[in-house]
Every structure is written in structure tokens, then in C-alpha cells.
Design a protein around this ligand. Structure first.
Ligand SMILES: Cc1cc2nc3c(=O)[nH]c(=O)nc-3n(C[C@H](O)[C@H](O)[C@H](O)COP(=O)(O)OP(=O)(O)OC[C@H]3O[C@@H](n4cnc5c(N)ncnc54)[C@H](O)[C@@H]3O)c2cc1C
Length: 434
């Protein structure tokens, strides 16, 4: 196949770009993936905590995330091919979320699980202490900045328990998952080209292709923006912002990697853990480490950045993260050397992604993944292929939003939920929790 023979160009070979390429290829399209980096999954995907969890603040968010659990469980079957680097592994250890006044003691989350048929366990404080003995139930709410005199001081209350979500856990190596998807897409006919930046998307009407660095023009009637934190810049190249009510921006985030608490049962019992009382979430890594991320409390001003020019060094945010996790895990030390990740989320105005067409025929976007869409990548690939198929076949998705049937859970979701032209979803947590 020569490079003039492609039906679709996917911009970005992260976990979602590679998933879109796989599903488009399986649908019979000739796909070229372009990435300015050197390897699949080496953009923001590489820094992902890769947590899989079914709880979101919206029904559609929960339904999609619960569906994704089954794709990861059946990863090898979904890929249908091997990878010389091995396959990413899903550790289905479940997720524990603290009940706090701020999340209304998770009453809505449990209602949503009932509605989508996802199993969960409602734990009181004694069960929580028994299941995760290294945790304290002292309350610290509200989350505070480190320079607040009340930082780290318990408020005198205790938390009543937690909810354990069984269909959840984490994927051991997010970049490897993207590589797995790339190999599967290649087996279905897709071509990946690295070290190639898209620099222009010419024209104003239907897309005709892209221009890459060096000036080469590559033709295709379909172009899909899956450029992660660079999504807004790619949309600007295409001139498609005109009818969008939701936009995307790059947000800097730090994730701390610290030695696990010295509890002998940690390796066996640890789950993903989310705590809006201290505003830290954690996940275990091989029973040896704890990855700690932030749940975006109001006391931490958001760090909006230029995705091509931001500080990759750790800051006092790293120490704050570890100290917040230490409020919940009193035996956790603060290491003298900072380890972890400094990366970018591609955040939409309401922290819900945009999976949609655009005002230019042939131009699509899977963007605004807001620090919470790694898990959904394999399903999003299939959703985008269905959306593109329908729109290319003449369906007016803006006027009559497409429904999409979820394979495992049997629900039908309305893809209009992810529209670029929606109003801000008032149910959103407006945080990484989605
Ligand atoms: C620190 C962190 C923690 C996270 N934790 C979780 C989690 O626990 N669970 C979860 O579900 N999600 C999580 N996420 C979110 C998840 O990782 C992302 O939603 C997902 O990886 C985005 O994948 P992507 O393919 O859209 O983007 P990316 O992986 O960023 O890929 C975009 C690609 O586009 C390429 N590109 C950009 N511009 C151009 C151009 N002009 N030309 C060619 N190529 C270009 C880049 O090189 C890059 O490879 C986290 C994200 C971060 C940053």
C-alpha cells in the first residue's frame, strides 16, 4: 500500500489513538497513524496510573467504564494477536472509595451501580479496617494546601466506612497496552508512522488529508484527532472550533511513586483506593509501591500549561500528595528522593471527553480525556469506528445522536452525551473522577 492509499489518518498513537486505529481497520478502512513521538503510548498514556473503575458521576460514564472492565479482563481475546513485548496485565484487585460527606457517603454511586448492574460491597468502618488494616478512618476534610496551618490536622470526626467496587483495579503497563493495540491494528492492516508531526490540516470544507513536518502532504478523506494534550492545537489547525461549546486544555499533574506501607498483608490485600476526604487516590504496584495521585481539590490551583512548554520537574505538589496519602496511611513515610511522573491531562470544560464528529465533514475527535479515559480506550475505539461509519454513510449525528450497544453489559448508550456541542454537564464532579 502506498501512502496515497489511505482512507483514514489517525493523529496520535496513544492508547486511544491505537484503539481507534484497530477498530477502524477491523471495519475495513485503510488506516495510517501518525505520531510525532518515537513509539506508541509514549505521550500522556505512558504516565497514566491506568486505574480501571466503574464509578463516575454520570450514568453514561459508569456504563462505559463498567463495560471497559470486561475488555481488560479479556484483553488477549480482544487483541486477537500477540506482541513480542508481551501483553499488558489487568490486576483486578477492585477499588475502595471512602464514604465522605463530600461524596454524600456514596449513595448516588451505589444507586448508579444498581442501575448498571455492577457488583459492589457496602463496608462499615470495622470491615474497612479489617480488609485494609493500614488505613486510618480519621477525617481531615476539607483537603488543605500544605501552607494552611490546619494541614494534616484531623478534624475530630471519623469516616463511617467505604464502598468496595469489585470490577476494577489497574493495568500494569499503560504504554505496553498501547503497543499491544498497535500490533493488533497492524495485524488488521493499519500502518504506524512515528517521528512524524502533523503541521497542517488544509482547507475549509471536507477534509482531504494532512501535511506533516517537511511539507509532505498525505491524502485521506477521514482525519481523527486523538492527539491527547495537543488536541486543541490540532483542532485549531483544522479550523473546527467554530461550533464547539466544549473545549480542551492541557493540565499539568504530578503522580508520586513511593514504597508501599510496611504492612505484611499489603501485597495480598491492597486495592485501588480513592479518598475525597484527603483528596488523594492511590493504587498498588506489584505489592511494592504505591502510586499517589490528586483528586483536584479546590485548594490546589489548576496548572494549565502549554503542552510544548511545561515544567517536568517535581514541585511541592509531590510532597503534598505524599503527605495527604499519609493522613490516610499513617505508616507511609515521605522519601527523600521524589519519584513518579509529571504529565498532562487533556481536560475538557466539564471533565467529560468529546467523542464526536466536527463541523468539517470527515474530521472527527476523541479528545478531552481529562485524566480518566485510559480504561475506556478499547471501547472508545469501537465507538469511534461506529460513529465514523454512520457519519460517512450520511447519518446526521448532530441532529440525531447515534446510540451505541455495549457488547458485554448489553446497555445502549447515547453518543450525544459526548458531543462537542453540549452544555456543561452539571452532574460532573469537575475533577479527574469524571
Ligand atoms: C498522570 C496521569 C494519570 C492518569 N491516570 C489514569 C487512570 O488511572 N485511569 C484512567 O482511566 N485514565 C488515566 N489517565 C488518563 C489517560 O491516561 C488518558 O486519557 C489516555 O492515556 C489518553 O490517551 P490518548 O491516546 O488520547 O493520548 P496520548 O497518550 O497523549 O497520545 C497522544 C499522541 O498524540 C501525539 N501527537 C500530539 N501532537 C501531534 C502532532 N501534531 N502530530 C502527530 N502526533 C501528535 C503525541 O505524541 C501522543 O503520542 C491518566 C493520565 C495522566 C496524565
Amino acid at each position: 500500500m502506498s501512502e496515497t492509499d489511505f482512507d483514514a489518518i489517525v493523529i496520535g498513537a496513544g492508547v486511544i489513538g491505537a484503539a481507534v486505529a484497530l477498530s477502524l481497520s477491523r471495519a475495513g478502512r485503510r488506516v495510517l497513524v501518525l505520531d510525532k513521538g518515537a513509539e506508541a503510548g509514549h505521550g500522556s498514556t505512558a504516565g497514566s496510573c491506568a486505574i480501571i473503575r466503574p464509578y463516575y458521576s454520570t450514568l453514561d460514564g459508569c456504563a462505559l467504564a463498567y463495560e471497559s472492565h470486561f475488555y481488560w479482563r479479556d484483553w488477549e481475546a480482544h487483541l486477537g494477536t500477540s506482541d513480542e513485548r508481551g501483553l499488558a496485565r489487568y490486576v483486578n484487585c477492585g477499588c475502595t472509595v471512602m464514604k465522605t460527606p463530600g461524596n454524600n457517603y456514596l449513595t448516588r454511586a451505589m444507586d448508579l451501580m444498581e442501575e448498571i448492574g455492577a457488583p459492589y460491597q457496602d463496608w462499615d468502618a470495622a470491615t474497612l479496617r479489617n480488609r485494609l488494616p493500614w488505613l486510618s478512618t480519621d477525617s481531615y476534610f476539607p483537603p488543605r494546601a500544605q501552607d494552611d496551618p490546619a494541614f494534616g490536622q484531623p478534624n475530630g470526626g471519623t469516616l463511617p466506612g467505604a464502598v468496595f467496587f469489585e470490577p476494577g483495579g489497574y493495568v500494569t503497563d499503560p504504554a505496553l497496552a498501547a503497543h499491544n493495540l498497535m500490533r493488533a491494528a497492524e495485524a488488521a492492516g493499519a500502518v504506524f508512522r512515528f517521528n512524524t508531526a502533523v503541521t497542517a490540516i488544509p482547507g475549509e470544507g471536507a477534509v482531504t488529508g494532512v501535511v506533516v513536518d517537511g511539507g509532505e502532504r498525505i491524502a485521506a478523506g477521514i482525519v481523527v484527532n486523538v492527539a491527547g494534550p495537543h488536541s486543541d492545537g490540532i483542532n485549531a489547525m483544522a479550523g473546527v472550533a467554530g461550533d464547539m461549546t466544549i473545549r480542551t486544555r492541557a493540565l499539568r499533574h504530578e503522580v508520586a511513586h513511593v514504597p508501599a506501607p510496611p504492612d505484611p498483608s499489603f501485597a495480598e490485600k491492597a486495592t485501588v483506593f480513592s479518598d475525597s476526604d484527603t483528596s488523594a487516590y492511590t493504587r498498588p504496584e506489584r505489592g511494592e509501591y504505591l502510586l499517589i495521585g490528586s483528586e483536584d481539590p479546590y485548594c490546589d490551583p489548576p496548572q494549565w500549561v502549554d503542552p510544548d512548554d511545561f515544567d517536568r520537574d517535581f514541585s511541592d505538589r509531590w510532597t503534598t500528595l505524599v503527605m495527604r496519602a499519609g493522613q490516610r496511611v499513617p505508616t507511609l513515610g515521605v522519601p527523600s528522593t521524589a519519584r513518579g511522573v509529571v504529565e498532562l491531562y487533556d481536560v475538557s470544560d466539564d471533565w467529560i471527553p468529546i467523542y464526536d464528529r466536527s463541523m468539517r465533514p470527515g474530521y472527527y475527535m476523541a479528545i478531552g480525556t481529562s485524566g480518566n479515559q485510559f480504561k475506556n480506550a478499547p471501547v472508545v475505539g469501537e465507538m469511534m469506528a461506529a460513529l465514523i461509519d454512520a457519519c460517512e454513510g450520511g447519518h446526521d449525528h448532530d441532529a440525531d445522536p447515534l446510540g451505541f450497544d455495549l457488547n458485554y453489559t448489553g446497555r445502549r448508550i447515547d453518543l450525544g452525551f459526548y458531543s462537542r456541542r453540549r452544555t456543561i454537564n452539571p452532574e460532573s464532579s469537575m475533577s479527574v473522577l469524571g
